[in-house]
Design a protein around this ligand. Structure first.
Ligand code: PFF
Length: 493
């Protein structure tokens, strides 16, 4: 137990446990269903280089800063800013993170619910029974427009998150991360072995990694930054919260490096696990909903042991979603236990219920509420767009500015160097958090808020609209040309 200002809080049982839990938050739906496609579609190896640079120049400094703010204050995101800068309005940054977390968790649980449903459908053999692309897409559309089923599956998923979070940091989040993350790794390796040993998979490797520097535009750089940012769970206080449970011996910057590397590796491994199989079976990859719920079931239906592979894939995706969602719930629970002095079980139930209720309009926006639009977007797309493209980047900039300019140079240095007094690159890290990260994230924000220019650039680029999680709703898949193609229309990419 660590104690700060009269607040007793748990600490992680081990450094490995902490790194696995934080990597569990980072590794989520974003890595598995979005990254492989945008990598292949936006310049392959050329995109990979830019994305790696973004991870190092933006991801690493902000991740380090969030962990330092958390450990330095020993509090939840709201309490952290209050403790470090009392009497100022900086706590609002933490509060904005909380709101962002509620919204992300609400739509994340819906997609996670679909994933659970497809896991069940895999077990019963339904996912491998679609005769063609149309049948697979139609089955998905019918499923998502059946409001009741979606609400039930999201509820089950929320319940799983509640069970883990209610057990606490060490015996809940850490224990489960230590079981689930290695499992995820093993499952992905099974899929990679299968995918890479298929005849014709080489076209998938070419799609993923063939360098095409001509595709690198400002918009693609923005996309790489956005992906790095969302994927590392930055900008809303998840890492502040997880940092608050880190003991004082732990080397924060090294840990941030390990979390970043694990997160990047799983993104690349997901590409290797999925895209070669898609090409080998004669389909064309798409992203998000299209890839996961239309194309992959068809790929599995054509593969020997398809049912088994389908179960493995949807189980893997469920694990990835669960370890990310528990981190979102933990932010809210830590706020309620620290600031409102609620018990953990009470905080877990109430906060999960709030996020769940918030998600109901988003779930229904695929069915009975599909006509309701705000700024031209349904509830689901709106929640996703505002959080990923607006709230997280604003949170990221403010956290970088706070750590770099407001907190105090001596205090920041002391916190970062605690557990690692001879940190060699401190000066470099400091200028990354002071200048590079805020300027870069501000560029992402401004560019992503210019939708018309964005769309033009993307059409030219043959890329997906600039959203992080779900790039299209079932209703617009046809018009975006993002439908899975049949074996008769192999990709020419
Ligand atoms: N990092 C998760 C993913 O890539 O799917 C999503 C996420 C989780 C974003 C937690 C933000 C967050 F605070």
């Amino acid at each position: 137990m660590a104690s700060s200002g009269g607040i007793h809080r748990e600490t992680w049982g081990s450094k490995t446990g902490f790194i696995l839990a934080a990597a569990g938050s980072a590794i989520g739906l974003g890595n598995i269903w979005r990254f492989p496609y945008i990598l292949g579609e936006n310049g392959g190896f050329a995109f990979l280089l830019i994305w790696i640079i973004c991870n190092i120049l933006i991801g690493l400094p902000i991740l380090g800063a969030e962990l330092a703010i958390g450990r330095g204050s020993n509090r939840n995101p709201v309490g952290a800013f209050k403790a470090l800068m009392p009497g100022t309005a900086w706590w609002l940054v933490g509060f904005m993170g909380l709101i962002t977390g509620v919204i992300i968790l609400s739509f994340y649980s819906i997609v996670a619910g679909w994933t659970l449903a497809y896991l069940v459908k895999s077990v019963t053999g339904v996912t491998v029974s679609y005769p063609d692309a149309e049948a697979s897409a139609l089955a998905f559309e019918n499923f998502v427009s059946s409001g009741g089923q979606i609400v039930i599956y999201s509820f089950v998923f929320t319940l799983l998150c509640m069970i883990v979070v209610s057990q606490g940091v060490k015996s809940g989040i850490e224990k489960w991360s230590k079981i689930l993350m290695p499992t995820l790794f093993i499952l992905i390796i099974i899929l990679i072995v299968r995918s890479l040993t298929l005849k014709g998979g080489g076209a998938g490797l070419a799609f993923l990694f063939k360098p095409d520097f001509s595709k690198i535009t400002l918009q693609v750089i923005v996309m790489a930054m956005g992906q790095a940012f969302f994927s590392l769970s930055l900008g809303m206080g998840v890492m502040i919260t997880y940092g608050s449970y880190v003991d004082r011996k732990t080397n924060i910057i090294n840990s941030a490096g390990s979390i970043m590397l694990l997160n990047m590796s799983i993104s690349i491994l997901a590409g290797l696990a999925l895209i070669p199989a898609v090409f080998a079976m004669g389909f064309q990859p798409s992203s998000g909903v299209g890839l996961t719920f239309h194309v992959l079931p068809l790929v599995f239906s054509k593969l020997p042991f398809g049912t088994f592979l389908s179960i493995i894939f949807f189980f893997l995706l469920s694990i990835a979603a669960l370890t990310s969602a528990i981190s979102l719930l933990e932010v809210m629970v830590s706020y309620a236990t620290d600031e409102l002095r609620w018990s953990r079980p009470r905080a877990t139930v109430i906060m999960a219920a709030i996020a769940f209720l918030f998600g109901v309009p988003a779930a229904l926006s695929f069915g009975v509420w599909s006509e309701i639009k705000i700024f031209g977007l349904g509830f689901f797309d709106l929640s996703e767009y505002i959080t990923a493209n607006v709230l997280l980047p604003i949170g990221g900039i403010l956290i970088a500015l706070f750590a770099g300019w407001v907190w105090g140079r001596a205090r920041l240095e002391a916190e970062i160097k605690e557990g690692n007094p001879d940190l060699k690159f401190y000066k470099v890290w400091l200028w990354m958090i002071r200048i590079v990260a805020p300027v870069a994230v501000a560029t992402v924000l401004v560019t992503s808020l210019l939708p018309e220019k964005t769309e033009e650039a993307q059409v030219e680029n043959n890329a997906q609209p600039d959203t992080v999680l779900v790039t299209e709703t079932p209703g617009v898949i046809d018009s975006s040309g993002d439908q899975p193609t049949s074996a008769a229309e192999p990709s020419t990419e």
